[in-house]
Design a protein around this ligand. Structure first.
Ligand code: BJW
Length: 247
């Protein structure tokens, strides 16, 4: 890894009692799950968010939206957690309080062993009734003419993810905000810092006095505001950080 870890940051982390983390699609990039906004490889380079990630898109063409998420669900199921996810699961055990908030819907933090994960944008592993929001219990059905209907409510099934214009899950957002306002060190990892309200969390942490660390190979609108902006891949920087703390 070329990115140098500032010794002042390591000192602060050794003293820290409360650590909070926000992750985005970049942390799963090394698990071969495409990000959204990377120019060549991001999902939004080939697909339009207006056609696929809004309630209006689902109302217009539920079959297309269902198929797109079914394709991505399979990709996520085949993917494996990478050293970045694993390092975060290990870091969770090292601080008195550790809050991991993710914008990702892929379930890889949980599969890496993170015990408490706040999912701000839902999970692709679950589906719910589009009318009532009631979750489907059991396996997601495959069918010839998607989307299938919820067996109890009769409404069309849709992924349990948060689309543009939809409210985020209240408890996950409240707990994420509480952690941002009360932590000693806040990490924002692998996110373009463009989508709100998630993008406001590191800003709130900084205002409340936390040291805020960005980990991203590319500059973001938040880079100049962060206390430390570490230019590197999550799967390299996080294991190096963990090793430095152990050493
Ligand atoms: C690496 C790496 C490596 C690469 N290591 N890094 C305030 C201002 C302006 C607009 C708004 C605002 N408040 C709300 C809005 C509107 C909107 C919004 O933010 N729009 C902006 C885009 C302009 N927000 C909403 O609509 C939200 N809802 C809301 O606010 O509701 C209000 C409400 C209240 C009450 C009632 C009703 C409504 C909802 C947002 C939902 C976002 N949904 C999506 C899709 C989820 C489902 C799915 O997966 O399909 O969430 S969009 C997409 O963007 C997805 C992501 O979670 C989210 C963030 O993307 P992320 O993770 O940052 O990915 P990328 O691709 O952008 O960035 C990846 C980064 O990784 C890059 O920087 C790379 O460099 C880096 N990287 N390799 C580390 N190896």
């Amino acid at each position: 890894m070329n990115t140098e870890l500032p010794s002042e940051l390591l000192t602060e982390l050794r003293k820290a009692k409360r650590v909070a983390v926000l992750t985005g699609a970049g942390i799963s990039a090394e698990s071969k799950i495409p990000t959204f906004r990377d120019a060549m490889t991001g999902l939004w380079a080939s697909f339009s968010p207006e056609d696929l990630a809004t309630p209006e898109a689902f109302a217009r063409n539920p079959r297309m939206v269902w198929d797109w998420y079914a394709f991505r669900r399979e990709m996520c199921a085949k993917a494996l957690p990478n050293p970045g996810h694993l390092a975060l699961a290990e870091l969770e055990t090292r601080f008195e309080e550790f809050t991991l908030t993710t914008q990702n819907v892929d379930g890889l933090h949980q599969r890496a062993g993170s015990r408490r994960v706040l999912e701000l944008h839902g999970s692709i592993t679950r589906v719910k009734c589009a009318d009532t929001g009631r979750l489907l219990e059991g396996e997601i059905p495959a069918c010839d003419n998607p989307p299938p209907r919820h067996p109890q409510t009769g409404g069309l099934l849709r992924p349990d993810v948060v689309w543009f214009g939809e409210a985020l899950p209240e408890r996950a957002l409240l707990e994420s905000a509480r952690a941002a306002l009360s932590c000693d060190v806040y990490f924002t990892i692998g996110t373009s810092a463009l989508v709100y309200p998630a993008a406001a969390l590191p800003i709130e942490a900084l205002k409340a006095g936390a040291t805020v660390v960005e980990i991203n190979p590319t500059e973001t609108p938040f880079s100049n505001t962060a206390s430390y902006s570490l230019r590197g891949k999550a799967g390299e920087v996080l294991p190096a950080l963990l090793a430095a703390l152990q050493g």
